[in-house]
Design a protein around this ligand. Structure first.
Ligand SMILES: NC(=O)c1ccc[n+]([C@@H]2O[C@H](COP(=O)([O-])OP(=O)(O)OC[C@H]3O[C@@H](n4cnc5c(N)ncnc54)[C@H](O)[C@@H]3O)[C@@H](O)[C@H]2O)c1
Length: 384
């Protein structure tokens, strides 16, 4: 069994994703652990199961709104000098981000996240996942786990055999399955809110929207946009992904890469691939007036949100508009009801508008306004 302690971590705007590689933390995990001036974490569990080789960190940032909810990342922190420390910092940052994401998604859940150390291709076994499930279960429901990078619906089915506080399972095992449908729906709602704020009507009709990455989420987003009357341009590093979209929707245009996309004559740019899409190279050449997409950690470093603001580009915070997935896995805990979860994801429209209002009132970028609203809800506690 692991060690439980109280910790803290510096603030990041991002909600999810491999923050350790993008946002260098100047503090060591141990010094970070005991700093409480930024809110602090409630609990951290370090887990080791010698028999299966499991090494994991489970970080609970907050249970102020309810049980901490967040996925399990399975990742080899191999390139790092101190992989264990990198994993711990990642778990701390990701857990904190989940508190913000869950708060603004209107969920009665706090933020938590787990990291399993190692290359999933090499060490992921049923035995290891079952051992991991027992550790999550030992928290007695203070932490609810789900999929993240390196873990899948089938893995959650295994974890759930040892742990009732597991979501993101397959429909055959009582779960809701693939979360990309509601994630894309939520992003579309965020985009409608951005259109309302920018052009005075909640529609993308007649707007030119560029999507970078037409994988699970991106291709569903294409469908929402076409239905709404938008003109859609896509790109993807995988030719098959682009071909699949073009085969279904001949009206969609494709460009060779993301660089060409952001320089195209766009109204909206939707990053739906990897993190760090908005950086010092891309922001100055963006033609779009709105950025709204599914990718986690779109801002490559703190300050990019101000650069976007300075150029008059409206940025819909990633962790707010891509919350459809976590809304889905939270719903699954009550017996999945697609319509109920969709109704909750539809509220991303109102939340995004509220963030833009707050940004205007306070004279700050939307990313900072989102954080303030999330902190307010957490301070109010359950039902706040
Ligand atoms: N799936 C969800 O429910 C969910 C929820 C919240 C956030 N997200 C985030 O949304 C993003 C997309 O998720 P997904 O589930 O669709 O993933 P995915 O892997 O199915 O799709 C990503 C697509 O991006 C493409 N891609 C990768 N690098 C690229 C590049 N440099 N330029 C253009 N295309 C590139 C890939 O080929 C792939 O087709 C990720 O950042 C993910 O973390 C997803």
């Amino acid at each position: 069994m692991g060690v439980t302690t109280v910790t803290d971590v510096r603030h990041t705007v991002s909600a999810d994703g491999p923050t350790e590689s993008r946002v260098p933390n100047p503090l060591s995990p141990l010094s970070t652990l005991f700093r409480s001036d930024l809110g602090g974490h409630e609990q951290v569990l370090l887990c080791q199961d010698r028999e299966s080789g499991l090494k994991a960190v489970i970080a609970l940032h907050s249970t102020a709104l309810g049980p901490a909810l967040g996925g399990t990342r399975f990742h080899a922190y191999a390139s790092e000098e101190h992989p264990e420390e990198a994993a711990l910092l990642d778990a701390l940052n990701l857990a904190r981000g989940m508190s913000y994401k869950n708060a603004l998604a209107g969920l009665d859940h706090g933020g938590g996240k787990a990291v399993i150390l190692g290359d999933p291709e090499e060490i992921k076994t049923e035995k290891l996942l079952l051992a991991y499930g027992r550790f999550v279960a030992s928290l007695g429901g203070r932490y609810v786990t789900a999929c993240d990078v390196g873990t899948y619906v089938a893995d959650m089915d295994v974890v759930a055999r040892e742990c009732p506080w597991t979501t993101g399972r397959s429909p055959e095992h009582g779960g809701a399955g693939d979360s990309s449908v509601l994630t894309a729906f939520g992003v579309f709602q965020g985009m409608r809110a951005s259109a309302q704020a920018s052009w005075g009507a909640p529609t993308l009709r007649g707007r030119r929207v560029g999507i970078a990455g037409v994988g699970k989420v991106g291709h569903h987003l294409v469908e929402h946009l076409l239905e709404d009357g938008a003109e859609v341009v896509v790109t993807d590093v995988r030719a098959e992904s682009v071909d699949r979209v073009l085969a279904r929707h001949p009206r969609v245009q494709a460009v060779r890469d993301t660089e060409a996309l952001i320089r195209a004559d766009l109204d909206v740019y939707a990053p739906c691939a990897l993190g760090g899409a908005l950086d010092d190279a891309t922001v100055p050449v963006l033609t779009a007036k709105v950025v709204c997409g599914a990718a986690n950690n779109q801002l490559a470093h703190p300050g990019v949100e101000k650069d976007l603001d300075g150029r008059g580009i409206l940025y819909a915070p990633d962790y707010v508009v891509n919350a459809g997935g976590v809304i889905q896995v939270a719903d699954e805990l009550h017996g999945f009801d697609f319509d109920r979860a969709k109704a909750k994801a539809a509220k991303i429209y109102d939340t995004t508008l509220a963030i833009f209002d707050r940004a205007r009132t306070d004279g700050i970028p939307p990313a900072a306004a989102a954080d303030r609203l999330a902190e307010h809800r957490m301070a109010e506690g359950h039902g706040g």
